[in-house]
Ligand binder design. Sequence first.
Ligand code: NAD
Length: 529
Amino acid sequence: MQSEFKNEALTDFSKEENARAMRAALDKVRNDLGREYPLVIGGERIKTGRTFDSVNPARKTEVVGRFQKATEELARRAVETADETFKSWSRTLPQQRAELLFRVAQLLRERRHEMSAWMVYEVAKTWPEADGDTAEAIDFCEFYAREMLRYAAPQPLVQIAGEENELRYIPLGVGVVIPPWNFPLAIMAGMTVASFVTGNTVVLKPSSDAPVIAYKFFELLEEAGLPPGVVNFMTGSGAEVGDVVVDHARTRYVAFTGSKEVGLRVNERAAKTQGGQIWIKRVIAEMGGKDAIIVDADTDLDAAALGVVQSAFGFQGQKCSACSRAIIHADVYEPMVEKIVARTEALKVGDPTLQTTSMSAVINQKAFKTINDYIERGKTEGGRVVAGGGADGEEGFFIEPTVIADVKPGATIEQEEIFGPVLAVIKAQDFDEALAIANDTQYGLTGAVYANDPTKLERARREFHVGNLYLNRKCTGALVGVHPFGGFNMSGTDSKAGGRDYLGLFMQAKVSAEKVRAGYSDKEKRGVI
Ligand code: NAD
């Protein structure tokens, strides 16, 4: 019997022994920066001669790892290898696959700080952000392993006289897993392990901004005993080889997390039937957000300001769940803006390897430019910059945490996902208007409401159209099993990662009905005696 699932505790870095262990991991990883990594298809390590670099966003001259650009031919080979391996892997017992996943969780636990350290260098996560990412990856492994055992157990069906009926969940086939860079361990691992624990085989194409951490995880899967070809590691441009693996006729499903634009493209391409294709591809797509926190007049303003600032600027605002809009009741608008500004100005932007840093660089040059353009756009559309606004792209891609007040509903920065440290503050005349503003975007991922009045909280439960709603707390930090995660509308297919429905998306249900024959006991029938 497995113990009950429990979330992995976060590391308390105020304890000197933990801080020391993290510093040691950072030193160890620093000595390992700049290595070249291969593609791995069917266990074979392949170099293509065409490479790209993953660089440290906080020190852009520092190469974290060098990766292969896969060719179209290798991309096809990755799908075909996964397809071949599916024949054997799909026949392994669910219990065996779950056992393997428990081993992966254990290895992650043993390498916890090392995995986090890679994220500090590769995507500029601060210590607690990186630690949270690793803890979530462990949670996904522990949770989905138990979930597989639950799905593999006899499923309840209505039984009728004269028949023995059974429903079994069986795997789908080859899954293409396309993760984003912002939870480079947790989301990448979550979609990958959900795929293979259910008996599928995988082509994993990590983001070009975070391939090292994906490779480190891949190595750990091998170490845990995952046979060659079950997960195939393929790097390269999403636009070049992404289309090839999504389009392939032997691809059975795509598990995607990323932007709305790419998600819609994947969805459209997967919907087109290719020559020789004998199924409708499934697409599990989790996409962007334009998440809002509503602050009512009657509430604890200090708690609200803390929740807004934590949700807006954690990991530089680069979370799909980040608060990018604070919608504030007119009666408390000015004091709330002041409180938000005070907390924002206390954030320390800098080198993520230092324990004292609370915010670091944004992911790359393109994001640096786009985010700065949005700040300019916010100003030209009438917004008032009340905190931050500055940027320094000299050493790394640093942008100050920026608060823009007096943003009008419908303004560009109120509607479009910025995915950086920019908070739009909007005034609402009353709670009705606040809800209307909150719901008036294409997205529906997370949201929060700070209010004392229980009738308003209940209205939010009914009317705030988001997949993950938080009441009197921040809108980031979903926990596996506790807050199954996924959004509505253009935020995606509401797959609810970390929830009980999730593994069902990676399987199909097969029902068998057997007529009971007289004179046969159960055991005889099953060939046991
Ligand atoms: P992105 O869409 O730019 O890239 C996501 C992945 O798609 C990457 O691996 C990329 O290489 C790949 N890709 C690009 N073009 C492709 C193509 N033509 N075919 C196949 N794959 C292709 O997103 P990103 O910048 O990595 O991540 C940030 C985005 O992810 C934000 O919009 C954020 O809101 C979203 N996100 C959503 C969730 C969620 O659960 N809803 C979680 C994390 C991030």
